[in-house]
Design a binder for this molecule. Structure first.
Ligand code: SF4
Length: 290
């Protein structure tokens, strides 16, 4: 089997078999994201996907977790998606879960009945990029969805029975919108109460110059201590119940993990220790990755 690279997966899918049911991202508008800009989006033909599945089933018959790449496999039609799920559960007898990325648009485009059916067929965690809860930031990054749409999409996933893993991005509003970005992201996450919440840190690599231009002359990037202050603001303001909070993505300077409603004090003291002595606690720049 040959992957159509580049290939991405959430940190928590590090031990999963990755299979490409789609290539690229059906949205592909976000100005901070270069993950799939070089790929033309398509749903792979079922027969090509099946060939990969049969090959992997020979070499990894005991696979327990499968992540469906690329950027938003939830976009697949119901007839195609159910065929994919049935094939996977038939060929991997120990399979426990199949997961994928989802964006607000493809969640809103599916009915509640369709989402419930996919859940019953064995689709498990959905990874949803919220990025920000602030409408101005969402507009400036060309997310293609508003705060209200993200809330509706996320609630729909949770109501359909999916564990929902949400990502937000520190530094996305720059200096000018930092306060609004964190305030509104915390309030949107609190309203949604996702199962998992991960904060990533803005890291643009070769897109940095392009992104800065699209944000206008008043955009000012945050430094690593500002990013840490943003995560502090987020952890302080979130009012979720049972949500697991993580900063375990390779882009982050400080890895954190805890249940917000239980571990807030420990999380804040870890952040404060890092703010007081960043050289000791923060990941050096060369160890960060996209
Ligand atoms: S929807 Fe996700 S994968 Fe697609 S361009 Fe935006 S951030 Fe990237």
């Amino acid at each position: 089997m040959q992957y159509d690279e580049p290939l991405f997966r959430p940190p928590s899918e590090a031990h999963s078999l990755i299979l490409q049911a789609t290539l690229g991202c059906s949205n592909n508008t976000c100005l901070f994201c270069g993950m799939y800009k070089m790929k033309k989006f398509k749903v792979r033909p079922f027969e090509a996907f099946k060939k990969d599945v049969l090959e992997c089933a020979q070499y990894m018959p005991g696979a327990r977790r499968i992540f469906l790449a690329d950027g938003d496999a939830l976009v697949m039609s119901m007839s195609h998606f159910t065929k994919v799920l049935r094939l996977l559960y038939a060929k991997f007898p120990n399979l426990e879960r199949v997961t994928c990325y989802a964006n607000p648009i493809n969640l809103l485009n599916k009915s509640m009945g369709e989402l419930r059916q996919l859940r019953e067929e064995g689709l498990d965690i959905l990874y949803l990029g919220m990025e920000s809860g602030n409408d101005e930031v969402l507009k400036r990054i060309a997310k293609g969805s508003t705060r209200a749409e993200i809330l509706e999409a996320g609630r729909k996933a949770l109501d359909a029975g999916f564990p929902l893993s949400v990502t937000v991005i520190l530094g996305l509003g720059g200096r000018k919108l930092s306060e609004a970005h964190i305030r509104d992201t915390a309030s949107l996450c609190s309203e949604l109460n996702p199962t998992y919440l991960s904060a990533l840190t803005l890291m643009l690599g070769p897109l940095e110059g392009y992104f800065a231009k699209t944000q206008g002359p008043d955009f000012d990037f945050l430094d690593k201590l500002d990013m840490l202050r943003e995560v502090r603001g987020l952890v302080s303001a979130l009012e979720t119940s049972g949500t697991v909070f993580r900063t375990n993505h390779a882009s982050n300077y400080l890895p954190l993990k805890g249940v917000l409603s239980r571990d807030r004090a420990q999380l804040l003291s870890a952040i404060d220790a890092a703010l007081a002595d960043p050289d000791r606690y923060l990941k050096p720049e060369f160890l960060r990755a996209l």
